[in-house]
Design a protein around this ligand. Structure first.
Ligand code: 4NP
Length: 156
């Protein structure tokens, strides 16, 4: 069933330099293609990379798909995000648990696992490519692109 289009979606991983910037980029791309207006952002539950540009391998992956993410900067999720965003998606279960822990009691945002939006992928994580090789970033891209397309289908 088609749901009302949310006005703002946040994607959250651990460092905000690999998976969630790619999720944000893929989603922005699909939103533009669909002619929709939905704000998108990404954040990390950790603070190690705050202020940093995405990992060079993530930047290269996005660029191969025609998307420049060199101007993205990592930030840490904050309590205000639960009021600014209608939907907050974790890239894996560990980050989902940490997001739930941070959530203010009165928030109204939908908080869930990103791949729960993809039929057949429910409960699965977008694997962390940080410690792996370049090929892992292609897997990340396929996962976040599937999720972005599923999200658009969900409310477009
Ligand atoms: P991300 O990947 O959560 O997809 O941005 C990681 C980036 C950095 C670290 C771990 C995961 N780190 O430990 O620094």
């Amino acid at each position: 069933m088609t749901k009302p289009t949310p006005s703002a979606i946040l994607f959250v991983c651990l460092g905000n330099i690999c998976r969630s910037p790619l999720a944000e980029a893929a989603f922005r791309h699909e939103v533009a293609r669909a002619g929709l207006t939905v704000e998108a952002d990404s954040a990390g539950t950790g603070d190690w990379h705050v202020g940093h540009a995405p990992d060079p391998r993530a930047q290269a992956t996005a660029l191969r798909h025609g998307i420049d993410i060199s101007n993205y900067r990592a930030r840490q999720i904050q309590r205000d995000d639960f009021h600014r965003f209608d939907m907050i998606f974790a890239l894996d279960a560990e980050n989902l648990a940490n997001i739930h822990r941070l959530a203010p009691a009165d928030h109204r945002a939908h908080v869930g696992l990103l791949l729960d939006m993809v039929p057949g992928r429910e409960g699965q994580a977008v694997a962390d490519p940080y410690y792996g090789d370049d090929a892992g970033f292609d897997v990340t891209w396929q996962d976040v692109q599937s999720a972005a397309r599923a999200l658009i289908r969900h409310f477009a």
